[in-house]
Ligand binder design. Structure first.
Ligand SMILES: *Cc1c(COP(=O)(O)O)cnc(C)c1O
Length: 238
């Protein structure tokens, strides 16, 4: 594409990749007969340097996902004060002893996956005097090493979280890396439907268009925006 400012809109810049992903999201919505505005892009900034974050903020992105509480605090606490209408979403596993820190920083916790965490989050939200928006993470592939409530136990956890006063907006999943995601996205949508939940956080760099076709309302994209992460990501326990 001819451009007078290649640093800002070609495929090698964060802004250029952001524009390309937004266009592909729009096309996926239109192909599925959905309104483009119905799908939100969560930019996953875990392990990214400050320059990358500032570049994507400058390009207008305002919804972000982080998978570790402490790492998120160091990079978002000040930016959160400086920027209006930022939305921070926790997408990594959360320990109960970090519930209060998570509630203090994040707008939405996408990784509620067990009764004790629901209790800890409800207590922390109560202390902070706020209502807390959460998604229940479902381990759709029933993978032993993966976080998330088992599909059979999801209804009970959703009911418990609601009875504790948490605002359960929807569900999140990370399909098994070695399987086609469709069955997992379908299962997540079924569980959401029978529980009256509107939000489906599903789809990452490799499959966000498929996820949009299957009903995602939020896609979580990291490497397609920022390039491959240099730091290997192990599942985090904070
Ligand atoms: C890292 C991560 C993503 C983004 O993955 P990419 O493949 O880099 O887009 C999405 N969701 C979760 C839960 C993650 O940990």
């Amino acid at each position: 594409m001819a451009s007078s400012s290649p640093d800002h809109d070609d495929a090698s810049s964060v802004a250029g990749r952001l524009g390309a992903i937004r266009r592909r999201m729009t096309q996926a919505c239109l192909a599925a007969g959905r309104e483009p505005g119905d799908v939100i892009l969560t930019a996953v900034t875990k392990t990214q340097p400050a320059e990358a974050i500032d570049a994507i903020l400058a390009a207008g992105q305002r919804v972000f996902g982080e998978n570790r509480v402490q790492e998120a605090q160091t990079r978002w606490t000040d930016r959160r004060v400086a920027l209006a209408n930022l939305e921070l979403r926790l997408i990594g596993a959360l320990q109960t002893n970090k519930a209060a820190d998570a509630v203090a920083l994040f707008d939405v916790i996408e990784t509620l996956d067990r009764p004790r965490l629901a209790e800890a989050l409800a207590a922390a939200a109560g202390k902070a005097g706020r209502t807390l928006r959460v998604l229940v993470q479902v381990n759709t592939g029933a993978e032993p090493q993966k976080a998330g409530v088992l599909p059979d136990e999801a209804d009970a956890l959703i009911a418990q979280a609601r009875s504790l006063g948490l605002t359960v907006e929807g569900l999140m999943c990370i399909p098994p890396a070695d399987e086609a995601p469709k069955a997992h996205f379908d299962l997540l949508r079924q569980i959401a439907r029978r529980n009256g939940l509107a939000v489906l956080s599903m789809g990452m760099s490799g499959d966000y268009e498929t996820a949009i076709r299957l009903g995602a309302t939020h896609v979580r994209v990291g490497s397609a925006l920022f390039g491959e992460r240099n730091t290997p990501q192990t599942p985090s326990m904070d």
